[in-house]
Design a protein around this ligand. Sequence first.
Ligand code: MRU
Length: 366
Amino acid sequence: MKINGKAYRTIWLAPDGWSVEIIDQTRLPHELAMVPLKSAGDAARAILTMQVRGAPLIGATAAYGMAMAIREDASDEAIDRAITHLAKQRPTAINLHWALEEMRRAVQNLPRGERVAAAYRRAAEICDEDVETCRRIGEHGLQIIEEIAAKKKPGERVEVLTHCNAGWLACVDWGTATSPIYQAHDAGIPVHVWVDETRPRNQGASLTAYELGGHGVPHTIIVDNAGGHLMQHGDVDMVIVGTDRVAANGDVANKIGTYLKALAAKDNDVPFYVALPHSTIDWAVNAGADIPIEERSSDEILKMPGRLPDGSVVTVEIAAPGSPAGNPAFDVTPARLVTGFITERGVCPASHEGLLSLYPERRRSK
Ligand code: MRU
């Protein structure tokens, strides 16, 4: 998608042909800065510090991290070490493990001399596939937005609420939750997005609003607690969120606060959709209760970065000095609260059978 009229992806191969560059998301929205990653260690740090974040982008960054690790040492032992190190940087997004296993599969049966080229090939494919997958998620989600728009009076906007950032900045391009929105906007459907600010790190206010603004999509930032009120007053036609991991029964792990939005949506008959690529489904985890939930630093709650009028970016303390803070980064929305999954293969009910209807190859033969 575009920033100031220029098309970007979130990660790309540098001109040297082996290192990669990323957009440093910790500096948005105040500064658009690119950062080089020159080793698997750099990739791991970028994932941990959330210079890159969002489940699909975490996977894509790990894939290039593996390519750089294999360039340094293509032995089986080094590959195992790099996978173990990268895998432990963020525990909830399953795309990280998916991408690492894809990288292992791409090289494991090859002679050492062929591994580097194969690894870079697979990492590039993972990025390109993510772009195409998200584009197709958008096509399927667009049909839902079109149906809602068809019931509106001429000129009335389709009101979408989203949480956190499941936009192109969370993926390689397009986004998951935002892809239907971009495609609806591009098709001339009047659409407006309520953007949850998404405490504590404010991915909604700083990233989703930034990218929607960059593409010209009308939007309004709201505090996380406003969504229920807006739904009660008929101001939300649908919710679309992304996800970090979907269990085989359709339970959804996503940014903390998603569950409360799903409860409010259910109480107000607002359709609640989750947009996801196949790489976010964890077929090995039966239910959401078994998904590991990342606990992050209390600093994210007790301190807040912001820009001063002179343009400098500073971090200030915002809480009672000495008070502790707890920071679970994700929650689990039970499948029963989800209207449907929007995937690259179509829309399905949020259930084991629903997922299998789109991914029949996952049906275990009896
Ligand atoms: O902690 P983050 O910023 O990595 O969390 C991101 C989210 O929760 C997104 O909504 C999710 O990864 C889906 S991204 C397409």
